[in-house]
Design a protein around this ligand. Structure first.
Ligand SMILES: [Zn+2]
Length: 320
């Protein structure tokens, strides 16, 4: 097997390509290119440029890579190469695998970006050597990646692990459930992602909710983020604390349910909302401990993601 592999991490803002050493997981060279236009044809060109620059950087420009792995921020129909829904790119039913195969002249394997990140962490990060691990990511979006029996589990159609779209608010509740970026109602992501949290707080403050968040941000609500809410909560702001209690309840319960269902040996936590908000994290841990099945807790460890932003591109390169 070739000693180097080629991977792409395709997000809503950038495409990043990297040449990865198969034995060490190290990134030999990488190149990130912003999208100027999110149409599929333009994104394919951006990916091709990023790939060419990464190959150049690695001194591999003359080499042919028969295979490229691509992690995409969206729901992917695994081996068919079709991106079903990528809200950050504004895509529905895009045959990305086929388009990239034509452009790059190589076999293309696509997967959800968090599946790719989980695989990266399994190979060279926080789940190295662990056969059953779950990556839970709560950042600008919410999702998970599943490693079961030592293999990436992306499900019958490739859309397994969509923890962000598990419904946490019944549609017949007294207040209407919030709509998620995926188009559905009441998803975990609609209540807990950084973007949705900021949007909700802005709405509630505009509607007259009382909080010291406005003062903390000197009135500039465009700077609102999960870490500012965390700070307000530490300072004892009742609005921020009530919000954190609700969010921690949802996240702690969701992680406990995943662990109860799948019995992983390790949970890897990633994303700015989980890793950048210590007060929220403490509350999530409390809810998790209270709700998880005792039998699934034995031998379980929770760890922070180790590879950070590199996990997706490393995992994509090494996808099987
Ligand atoms: Zn959703």
């Amino acid at each position: 097997m070739a000693a180097r592999a080629l991977g792409v991490d395709l997000g809503g803002t950038n495409a990043r390509a990297a040449v990865v050493d198969r034995d060490s997981g190290e990134i030999v060279a990488s190149h990130k290119e912003p999208h100027r236009d999110r149409s599929p044809a333009a994104v394919v060109e951006t990916v091709a440029h990023a790939v060419a620059a990464a190959l150049e950087g690695a001194g591999d420009a003359a080499r042919t890579f028969g295979r490229v792995g691509v992690g995409v921020a969206g729901q992917c129909l695994g081996r068919t190469g079709v991106v079903l829904n990528a809200p950050n790119l504004g895509w529905r039913d895009v045959p990305l695998g086929e388009l990239l195969e034509e452009r790059l002249g190589a076999k293309v394997r696509i997967a959800n970006d968090l599946s790719a990140a989980a695989w990266g962490e399994r190979r060279f990060g926080a789940a190295r050597g662990v056969d059953d691990a779950v990556l839970v990511f709560v950042g600008s979006g919410v999702g998970s990646g599943l490693i079961l029996g030592g293999r990436l589990h992306d499900g019958h159609r490739g859309v397994a692990g969509e923890l962000g779209h598990v419904k946490v608010r019944p549609s017949r509740a007294s207040t209407a459930p919030r709509r998620c970026g995926c188009g559905e109602l009441g998803c975990l992501e609609a209540y807990t992602s950084g973007m949705n949290l900021a949007a909700r707080v802005r709405e509630e403050l505009a509607a007259g909710a009382s909080s010291r968040l406005g003062a903390l941000l000197q009135g500039d609500l465009s700077r609102l983020s999960a870490s500012v809410i965390d700070e307000a909560c530490v300072q004892g702001d009742p609005y921020a604390c009530a919000l954190w209690e609700e969010v921690a309840d949802l996240l702690g319960n969701a992680i406990a349910s995943v662990v109860t269902l799948l019995n992983p040996a390790r949970v890897i936590l990633g994303g700015g909302v989980l890793l950048g908000c210590p007060d929220l994290r403490r509350r999530v841990d409390e809810v998790f401990q209270a709700r998880v099945s005792r039998s699934a807790l034995v031998g379980l460890t929770l760890e922070r993601a180790f590879l950070g932003d590199d996990a997706g591109v490393i995992g994509a390169a090494l996808l099987e």
